[in-house]
Design a protein around this ligand. Structure first.
Ligand SMILES: Nc1nc2c(c(=O)[nH]1)N(C=O)[C@@H](CNc1ccc(C(=O)N[C@@H](CCC(=O)O)C(=O)O)cc1)CN2
Length: 449
């Protein structure tokens, strides 16, 4: 915190790059770089020359922020220079020569957190916002960055804090001068808080998919119609289709939208037994790899053909992966009698890639089987596995507190469970933290953030 750090805070490409310098020496460095003697005004942008020794390095826009009014809460200067790799490299070198250290990943945000500019949930939201790539992930991240998610955590936390205070004064009240704790009231508060923590935790089934997208792998034996199905789902000719078996040799990935959810669809090379060349074997390895990584598998079977034995073998090998499987029956003929194994599918959908029949049902099935939920704008979503984990732990402690109350185990027992629940909530927001944990959390942020 006491040293001065710098980093390029803009992405690659574009004509202008911003370099942020933050820490006690930031202003001094800027005065040297711009060879100015008189102090700049706070929160003003100056068009200034930046010098590399006696040479003119660039003419840039320089903004001066004074602590505590800056992104990090410390003295900060931003140089919006031309995005030449040479200019950026020299600027960072000159700053380094002045004793300014390159910022670590997330270090600016970590300073902002330590300086009380945002809590940990808001910092996490900021990180998610930068990574967001659709309306749903953007909306969830914005809610979080804007403090709406934190506010809900704080509401739950405050109810528990008040309850704990009530319990603790009675523990201290050895002379029993106070009215005893009302069990009905205590039970009501505990139940209410547990319900709210549970409601928030339950949004994670939607939230995790909102943040990362849903990975769907399309698998099947060669020539089952996988690529046609991918094309029918995304609505354009993404994958090459032919009547020849083995047209798809490598996996083909495409992003689609299912009811507002981001879907990462992977079409795969058909899987078969028998003599294979090296490329075919590699293709199949990638197909199975896509199956392993997926959240759900669409198993495509051409039920007009008689190779259902091959389908069955592949089906059995996929079943053991323990994933949800939707069976997409392609080109079904009217005399088709379904073999037994079809009934093991989590869902069977008849599809026609040609007419688009069944495609909507397929999309809906993915969402409902994964319990991915509806995406509602403006509602709080838990997208972090850590937050989810902490909420589940909170719920368990509250359950224990309710048991302690019911069995009348005494105020100390009750207080201990409430205290632990409270600690989980405080850890989520960042009211309590261990220094080494902070480093780990913020190191997941990108450079320059
Ligand atoms: N050039 C530039 N653009 C940027 C950022 C930045 O740091 N620099 N941001 C960075 O991520 C985002 C904007 N976020 C920011 C948040 C707070 C402050 C700030 O200086 N806050 C002070 C002063 C507030 C005021 O005077 O109104 C404060 O909170 O005290 C600046 C940027 C996006 N665009």
């Amino acid at each position: 915190m006491n040293d001065t750090i710098c980093a390029v805070i803009t992405g690659s490409g574009g004509a202008v790059a911003v370099i942020r310098v933050s820490g006690p020496e930031a202003w001094q460095c800027a005065l040297k770089l711009t060879k100015s003697s008189n102090g700049p005004e706070v929160n003003r942008v100056y068009h200034q020359k930046l010098f590399d020794g006696d040479f003119l390095l660039d003419k840039a826009l320089v903004t001066y922020f004074k602590a505590p009014k800056s992104f990090t809460g410390g003295d900060t200067v931003e140089f919006a220079c031309h995005a030449s790799n040479y200019i950026k490299g020299r600027l960072l070198q000159i700053l380094s020569d002045m004793g300014v250290r390159p910022a670590k990943n997330g270090e600016f945000s970590m300073r902002a957190f330590i300086n009380g500019k945002m809590d940990l949930v808001e910092a996490n939201g900021l990180c998610d916002l930068i990574a967001s790539d659709n309306a749903a992930s953007h909306g969830a991240a914005m809610n979080s960055m804007e403090g709406k998610l934190s506010a809900e955590f704080k509401r739950i936390k405050n109810s528990l804090s008040e309850l704990l205070a009530q319990i603790e004064v009675r523990i201290d009240d050895v002379d029993e001068e106070m009215q005893p704790l009302d069990p009905g009231y205590t039970k009501k508060i505990l139940n209410d808080v547990k319900l709210r923590a549970g409601d928030l935790a339950s949004t994670f089934s939607t939230g995790k998919f909102v943040k990362e997208g849903i990975k769907v792998a399309i698998l099947g034996v060669p020539n089952a119609g996988k690529s046609s199905l991918l094309n029918a789902i995304v609505g354009f000719d993404r994958a090459i289709v032919s009547e020849h078996s083995g047209t798809t040799r490598d996996t083909v990935e495409e992003i689609a939208d299912f009811k507002g959810h981001k879907i990462i669809l992977t079409d795969t090379a058909g899987i078969k037994e028998g003599a294979l060349d090296v490329a075919e074997r590699e293709g199949m390895r990638r197909s199975l790899n896509a199956a392993d990584k997926s959240d759900i598998i669409i198993f495509t079977a051409d039920t007009s053909k008689k190779h259902l034995q091959a389908d069955h073998e592949l089906w059995n090998s996929l079943k053991i992966k323990g994933k949800k499987i939707i069976l997409a029956c392609n080109k079904k003929d009217i005399n088709f009698t379904p073999p037994e194994f079809l009934y093991e599918a989590d869902k069977v959908v008849n599809v026609s890639s040609k007419t688009g029949e069944g495609v909507e049902e397929l999309k809906n099935s993915v969402i409902s089987l994964l319990d991915a939920g509806d995406i509602k704008a403006d509602s709080n979503l838990i997208t972090s596995a850590v937050h989810y984990d902490m909420l589940v732990k909170t719920e368990k402690e509250l359950e224990e507190a309710l048991k302690a109350l019911k069995k009348d185990l005494g105020l100390e027992f009750l207080a201990e469970h409430v205290r632990r629940a409270l600690l989980h909530l405080k850890e989520i927001i960042g009211e309590v933290y261990a220094d080494d944990i902070l480093g780990i959390i913020f190191s997941k942020f990108c450079v320059g953030k």
